[in-house]
Design a protein around this ligand. Structure first.
Ligand SMILES: [Zn+2]
Length: 74
C-alpha cells in the first residue's frame, strides 16, 4: 500500500489532547503486550480516530514489539 498508515490526524490528536494528561499517562503506561505477557508502556505511537474511540498503535517499550490499544469514548 502506498498510503502511509501510521500517521496521527489532527482530529485524533485533538481528541487525545482533550483527555486529561494524568489519564493519558495512565493509558500509555498500561498497554497489553502479548510478548511480555503484561502491561507495558507504548512508545512511538500514532493515534487514529475510530468509530468507538481512539486507536493507539506503537511499540512496546520493553521488547519493541508492536502493541496497540483502544481508548473508548467516554
Ligand atoms: Zn513487550
Amino acid at each position: 500500500m502506498a498510503k502511509h498508515d501510521n500517521v496521527t490526524s489532527i482530529q485524533a490528536l485533538q481528541t487525545w489532547k482533550a483527555i486529561p494528561e494524568q489519564h493519558r499517562e495512565k493509558l500509555v503506561r498500561n498497554v497489553f503486550c502479548g510478548k511480555c505477557g503484561g502491561a507495558v508502556e507504548i512508545v512511538d505511537y500514532s493515534i487514529k480516530k475510530e468509530k468507538h474511540g481512539l486507536l493507539l498503535r506503537g511499540k512496546c517499550r520493553t521488547c519493541s514489539g508492536p502493541v496497540a490499544r483502544v481508548v473508548e469514548n467516554e
